[in-house]
Design a protein around this ligand. Structure first.
Ligand SMILES: [Zn+2]
Ligand SMILES: [Zn+2]
Length: 330
């Protein structure tokens, strides 16, 4: 089968053996596999990476090892893996499982995946739309669930990469008011014109902080999601959200940021959380979102076959995209 290799700013196809079945795992023929922001690291790596790509959807072609799925089931491939038996896995939070078995690339024509992390994709939802349940919608979905976002709320979204766009998409599905920030004109325009964000501000504008406060009136800004992973934006969320509010960090940032326990939390009553991917027990609601939101398919701005994968990554790295979809059989 064909599988992708990334590294040294190159993306190319190589032939590798097909995966073989195993107990509690299934073989899925991949139909759609989007590029994730985190795949940038593999593309820029100075050594070849063969395990990038962790989002996708496809059809089960070998279910001999599974009692949960059967051949012909269409499935969403939720990212990464879990042991399947710990408390986190059993409560749907497998993403936080600390004993994950090895995970194979989804940038391939076939993949061997754990049956319990798959979500069955109904016939009326396309593979492309189904694949949006991975990193485009997953991190924001669990944030929005846990912060109990309602139509009456105003949500600040900092960072309009695919994860931030996913947050805008879900918030608008729920009828909330959205203030979004970024610096890339393409992304700002897409959030405003395509996804229906109410107000989009330039994060580089020194007056952005004051404009956020103004944009939230009448009412209060009580919810924020940072999808940028930028320390200044994370700090902006803490400063801009009003007393009693809830903030979720979903943009990866491996560095420290300043926190003042008294001013930020004790005397302001803020709640700060992080979220990596949605809970598997929310599958039914995720499917409803995919089915009912006309905005979800619009998150995909480009589609490339594996035969044009170098072009796909160059386009993605340029920043003027949202989700870039790869097609392993084209
Ligand atoms: Zn991802
Ligand atoms: Zn586990």
């Amino acid at each position: 089968m064909k599988s992708l290799v990334l590294g040294n700013k190159k993306a190319y196809v190589e032939d590798v053996p097909d995966p073989s079945p195993e107990k509690e795992w299934v073989i899925v023929k991949i139909e759609s596999t989007p590029i994730c922001g985190s795949d940038k690291t593999a593309f820029l790596s100075d050594t070849p990476v063969r395990n990038a790509g962790h989002e996708g959807s496809g059809i089960v072609v070998d279910s001999a090892g599974s009692v949960l799925l059967k051949n012909g089931d269409r499935v969403i491939l939720n990212p990464l893996s879990g042991c399947g038996v710990c408390e986190l896995c059993l409560t749907g939070n497998y993403i936080y499982c600390t004993s994950k078995p090895p995970f194979a690339t989804h940038f391939a024509q076939f993949v061997k995946v754990q049956d319990f992390v798959c979500t069955v994709l109904p016939e009326d939802i396309s593979y492309d739309t189904g694949a949006m349940a991975c990193c485009a919608l997953g991190p924001a979905f669990s944030s929005i669930k846990r912060m109990n976002l309602k139509a009456f709320d105003t949500l600040l979204v900092t960072g309009l990469g695919p994860v931030g766009m996913g947050a805008v998409c879900i918030a608008k599905f729920l009828g909330a008011r959205v203030i979004a920030l970024d610096t890339v004109p393409f992304r700002m325009k897409m959030a405003l014109d395509v996804l229906g964000a109410d107000i989009v501000l330039d994060a580089a504008d020194p007056g952005a902080r004051a404009k956020i406060a103004e944009a939230a009136r009448p009412g209060r800004l009580t919810r924020a999601i940072d999808a940028s992973g930028n320390a200044a934006a994370e700090r902006l969320c803490i400063d801009a959200v009003e007393p009693g509010g809830i903030i979720s960090f979903v943009g990866e940032n491996h560095n420290e940021i300043p926190i003042r326990p008294s001013e930020d939390f004790i005397r302001k009553g803020l709640t700060l959380m992080g979220s990596w991917h949605c809970n598997l027990n929310d599958r039914a609601e995720m499917i409803t979102l995919l089915r009912r939101s006309p905005l979800v398919p619009k998150l995909i701005t480009e589609t490339f076959g594996f035969s044009r994968v170098q072009e796909a990554f160059e386009k993605f790295m340029g920043g003027d995209t949202c989700k870039v979809m790869l097609k392993p059989w084209q």
